[in-house]
Design a protein around this ligand. Structure first.
Ligand code: PMP
Length: 354
């Protein structure tokens, strides 16, 4: 820390991103990426011609991409906002809607960035514990009288809320924004999108990083009432209007033209998830019932750190968070069946060594 750092940020604890090691090849099951490449159409769309256009700024309104998103998800163009990854949407939402007087509620065990954005922007955060069995209790958020951000399915547990539960939260907080972060919804969760027409305080946040195999391109989007979208645009145009680069816009449109490919991949990932869950349970693991592209698992008597380290030594990266209530767990991204079989065989070595 230099002596120039603003006092506002002295106590800030930044988010720790998952490892992206460059030293050797690991089976990467630590940051919930897709094991599959983008659709062939995406590879064709980002061609030499597009690269040659990089001397020109991209369309700051991302008009064609937003039109394609609107068509795909059955909303108006004025209901769609796009940014450089959905982390930016979350950040801009905290900036747009929250301040010292307008706090936000979220669970104790959830996506780590919510509390970081709270700290970054000096927003009071009400952190509500999950139940004993790691579920969000929807009634905790009903009539809460502050903004709410929930991942659905939740991360890193993978456990979803039903549409009825989400609606109860949105309906009972008409004067506050309810942000539903649907980063993992394509792997078996239920989207809150059908509620958008009825509720002006609902913001649905999505990403191309998981089910659409584009984590490296950085593309996130939000859907909500046009007034909420305008608020977010006000922030974006005060920060970085060109935040979605030219190649990513082209890739995003091509991705939306390849829905069948991504749906098939999501179905495979769901099958492999259920296979892996059973295989882990057969090995004595306790695995939470996930509807995401990862499993949150623990083995009684073995620390999460030990499992993480053993797997790392065996060439398989998973995520260990540590911290209260989750130190025993590791989060395992679902890769291909072959990758999961390698994970299982490395785990079997741990069992035989102990
Ligand atoms: N929300 C949740 C719950 C996530 O796990 C992630 C991925 N780390 C994000 C949002 C952000 O995704 P991205 O910025 O890649 O769109």
């Amino acid at each position: 820390m230099s002596r120039f750092l603003s006092g506002r940020f002295a106590a800030l604890e930044p988010y720790t991103p998952g490892e992206q090691p460059q030293d050797r090849t690991y089976i990467k099951l630590n940051t919930n990426e897709s094991p599959y490449p983008p659709a062939p159409r995406v590879l064709e769309a980002v061609d030499r011609e597009q690269v040659a256009m990089l001397h020109l700024y991209p369309d700051p309104t991302c008009r064609r991409l937003r039109e394609k998103l609107a068509e795909t998800y059955g909303v108006g163009v004025e209901n769609v906002f796009v940014t450089n990854g959905s982390d930016d949407i979350l950040n801009m939402s905290f900036m747009a809607f929250c301040d010292k007087e307008h706090g936000i509620a979220f669970p104790d065990i959830t996506y780590g960035f919510y509390s970081v954005y709270g700290q970054l922007h000096g927003v009071p955060c009400r952190v509500i514990p999950l139940t004993e069995d790691y579920r969000i209790r929807a009634s905790d958020y009903e009539c809460i009288g502050m903004h709410v951000v929930l991942a659905n399915p939740n991360a890193p547990t993978g456990i979803p809320l039903s549409l009825g539960e989400i609606e109860g939260i949105v309906r009972s907080n008409p004067d506050h924004v309810v942000m539903i972060d649907e980063a993992y919804v394509d792997f078996g969760g239920t989207s809150a999108l059908p509620l958008l027409r009825q509720y002006k305080n609902l913001l649905v946040i999505r990403t191309f990083s998981k089910s659409r195999s584009m984590a490296g391109a950085r593309l996130g989007f939000a859907m909500g009432d046009s007034a909420l979208i305008q608020d977010l645009e006000r922030i974006k145009y005060s920060m970085n209007p060109y935040d979605v680069n030219r190649l990513t816009q082209v890739a995003g449109i091509a991705s939306l033209e390849s829905d069948a490919y991504y749906k098939a991949n999501a179905e495979t990932i769901i099958k492999v998830r259920e296979y892996t869950k059973k295989a882990l349970e057969n090995r004595g693991f306790i695995v939470l019932p996930s509807k995401a592209n990862f499993l949150f698992a623990k083995k009684p008597g073995v620390s999460g750190e030990e499992i993480y380290q053993h797997l790392r030594d065996g060439g398989v990266l998973v995520r260990w968070f540590g911290g209260a209530r989750v130190w025993e767990f590791v989060r395992i991204t679902i890769g291909t069946k072959a990758q999961m079989d390698t994970l299982l065989s490395v785990l079997d070595k741990l069992r035989s060594e102990r």
